[in-house]
Write a protein that binds this ligand. Structure first.
Ligand SMILES: Cc1cc2nc3c(=O)[nH]c(=O)nc-3n(C[C@H](O)[C@H](O)[C@H](O)COP(=O)(O)O)c2cc1C
Length: 208
């Protein structure tokens, strides 16, 4: 896969009809090669002021909907604060000081949730010992797609796990039954992020 664009790999596998030629561009915000995308996507904790339209947010979520999920159950939901009032309330009431500061001036604060009792379930019964952990698994996959799609479209992100769940739900009108996973800040980086070191592959991979 190294050096090959995602489109080229799909084309070689016979799964790509050549539509969406813009995916071959390397320019940030206009589609990047996959290897470059996963390198330049980093958590950003300082943003320049920017705004995001509903249309732009819809494009990122449409990309993220390509993520796999249990039986294609698609239980992940996104609640995007893109207006000044909603964002101000999120920063003031729902995020701890350090995360509010880390995400200050972001264009959007997106609460990512999942509907429990569907992913990982056969009817109303959990399919195995993991139960709703499968919903969380799907939500993590969807979130990965979301942050990569955002970067691909020229937006930086920060996943924030630490928040006040009840306040987030009240501000964004999230149904009580949904499970809140994270808040993802989306904006324009004011500083170039440094990649935190990663473990050697041998520490995390065993082959047999
Ligand atoms: C589930 C999850 C929760 C996180 N919560 C926070 C958080 O509350 N605040 C924060 O600044 N970063 C948070 N992060 C970002 C991680 O610290 C970051 O992804 C990690 O250090 C690797 O850096 P990178 O994203 O730049 O590769 C979170 C990331 C994940 C996946």
């Amino acid at each position: 896969m190294e050096g090959a664009s995602a489109a080229a790999v799909l084309a070689a596998a016979g799964c790509w009809d050549g539509a969406g030629e813009n995916n071959k561009s390397k320019k940030e915000g206009d589609g990047m090669e996959f290897n470059e995308l996963i390198e330049v996507r980093r958590s950003v904790r300082r943003y320049a002021k920017s705004a995001m339209s509903k249309d732009e947010m819809e494009k990122i979520v449409a990309d993220a909907l390509n993520a796999p999920s249990w039986k294609n159950s698609e239980t992940t939901r996104y609640y995007a604060a893109i207006g000044d009032e909603a964002k101000a309330r999120m920063w003031k009431e729902a995020l701890p000081t350090f995360n509010a500061a880390n995400s200050a001036d972001a264009a959007a604060l997106v609460a990512v949730t999942f509907v429990p009792g569907e992913s990982g379930f056969m009817g109303s019964d959990p399919a195995d010992d993991l139960g709703d952990m499968w919903g969380a698994y799907d939500c993590g996959l969807a979130s990965s797609y979301f942050i990569l799609a955002a970067k691909n479209r020229g937006w930086d992100t920060l996943i924030m796990g630490i928040r006040d769940t009840a306040k987030v739900k009240a501000i964004l009108g999230i149904p009580a039954g949904e499970t809140l996973m994270s808040i993802i800040a989306v904006g324009k980086a004011a500083v170039k992020p440094i990649k935190p070191p990663r473990k050697p592959v041998a520490d995390v991979l065993k082959t047999a």
